[in-house]
Design a protein around this ligand. Structure first.
Ligand code: CMC
Length: 428
């Protein structure tokens, strides 16, 4: 039976339909609010209570700590699937058959070249440039080199744009790193899998062979899967809203990368390691930093803690914590900041400030420790997040276009000056 919600303004009642998702999430559909009420709108800074779309890609229940891509639990996907399979699942809605996966893989490999002129653009950046700025710029630059990927309408054109970016983005990531590290730019090897190939592009020494390391490949596969989508977060909403103007896939992704870069979002993985290093350099006194995080007069926040949606454990953080122990063990790496991180977590989980506010470790708390053990420098951490999030952004952009969503254009409540006469410059 359909349900309605009633709104009363100045004694006048308005009815709005209540919609329900497949996991029984409930929303009041206020599409007709403004027209029916003669201009009343809702206001919700940070969109804490606002659903921007209906989506069939990712389900998360922040109270129960549940995360599923297309109905499959993140725990099962992280254990049993590889990243390319998960990318296919997110973008096309179903797990691929062997043939579908082989075709996706080979279509991506056929597009893995990046125009040599892109190297000239990369050359123009200083060596110290942050990889996220470089990646957002180069992803945008790809538009000029792939003009047929801009105005895509048919599913075939979309598919071609998707395999192009899935192929070229790992190359750009590896190039951003190699430029920073002073290494010659390299291409991959079509005989390797998607993740192994990425590691080769990153780490192959100019003078030596690349030897695949199964522990590294498995660890990175898992991390990328855990980051692959997270429904309507800041960067994904950016991708959808930019895409809603029909700006094109690459432009939308470039905007998403800029959103991801911020320390409250994907930039947190870099900020966590910098924070843990600072605590270590300061003698490892975690209590001091706990006190700073709780002090409202101190801007310091415990990075890697808290989440807009998860008010229980972030299921990704649980998997990553176990993986961190395993990977460091398998790679024979000892990292004192892992102990500092575990100490901070233990204290926070029994501290009323964190308990009352339901602040738990999020995906970024332990991921950097694994990246570091793999030899990935801290400036690249958010780029690794972007590499993982790429299929999620792509899937969300594709869904938005296929559902023919209208251009995103929120309203506002104006709180500035009322109309006033112009003052000439000598009277100001
Ligand atoms: N350290 C100390 N206090 C915190 C923290 C933290 N990390 N996070 C939230 N709080 C406090 C906050 O001060 C507020 O306290 P009060 O109610 O007394 O004013 C309360 O908890 C609620 O915080 P909020 O800022 O209103 O919550 P939000 O949903 O707007 O923000 C968040 C979520 C993730 C931005 C925030 O928890 C945060 O800044 N965390 C640190 C940065 C971080 O780890 N970001 C990665 C997020 S997960 C991956 C991703 O999205 O990319």
């Amino acid at each position: 039976m359909s349900k309605n919600a009633t709104l009363e303004i100045d004694g006048k009642k308005y009815e709005f339909p209540v919609i329900e998702g497949t996991e029984n999430e409930v929303a009041i559909n206020i599409k007709t609010l403004r027209a029916a009420t003669d201009g009343v709108i809702t206001i919700d800074p940070g969109y804490k209570n606002t659903g921007s779309c209906e989506s069939a890609i990712t389900f998360l229940d922040g109270e129960k700590g549940v995360l599923r891509y297309r109905g499959y639990s993140i725990e099962e996907l992280a254990e049993k699937a590889d990243f390319l399979e998960v990318a296919y699942l997110l973008i096309f809605g179903e797990l691929p058959t062997t043939e579908q996966l082989a075709k996706f893989d080979s279509d991506i490999k056929n597009q893995s070249h990046v125009d040599e002129d892109v190297k000239k653009i990369l050359d123009g950046f200083p060596k110290s440039a942050h990889p996220m700025g470089v990646l957002a710029s180069l992803t945008s630059a790809l538009i000029a080199f792939n003009p047929t990927s801009v105005n895509v309408d048919s599913e075939e054109e979309m598919y071609n744009a998707i395999v192009r970016i899935m192929a070229k983005f790992p190359v750009l990531c590896a190039w951003a790193y190699r430029k920073n590290a002073g290494l010659p730019l390299d291409y991959g090897d079509d005989n390797l899998g998607y993740v192994d190939n990425f590691l080769k592009m990153m780490f192959k020494k100019p003078s030596g062979e690349y030897n695949s390391n199964k522990v590294m490949v498995n660890a990175l596969d898992k991390l990328l899967i855990l980051h692959a989508d997270h429904e309507q977060n800041c960067s994904t909403s950016t991708v959808r809203i930019v895409g809603s103007s029909h700006a094109g896939l690459f432009a939308s992704l470039s905007a998403g990368m800029s959103a991801l870069w911020g320390p409250l979002h994907g930039g947190a993985n870099q900020a966590v390691i910098e924070m843990l290093e600072a605590i270590k350099a300061d003698g490892g006194d975690t209590k001091k930093y706990m006190a700073k995080a709780k002090d409202k007069n101190d801007p310091f926040r415990l990075m890697g803690f808290g989440h807009r949606v998860y008010k229980n454990f972030d299921p990704r953080a649980k998997i990553i914590k176990v993986a961190a122990d395993e990977v460091l063990n398998d790679l024979g790496v000892e990292d004192p900041i892992l102990e500092i991180a575990k100490g901070l977590e233990k204290e926070a989980l029994s501290d009323p400030y964190f308990v009352d506010r339901k602040l738990y470790p999020n995906v970024d708390f332990y991921s950097g420790i694994i990246y570091r053990a793999m030899g990935i420098p801290v400036e690249m951490f958010t780029a690794m997040f972007a590499l993982g999030r790429l299929p999620g952004w792509v899937a969300q952009w594709k869904e938005m276009r296929l559902r023919k969503e209208p251009i995103g254009r929120p309203r506002q409540i104006y709180i500035g000056e009322n109309h006033r006469p112009f003052k000439s410059i000598d009277n100001r």
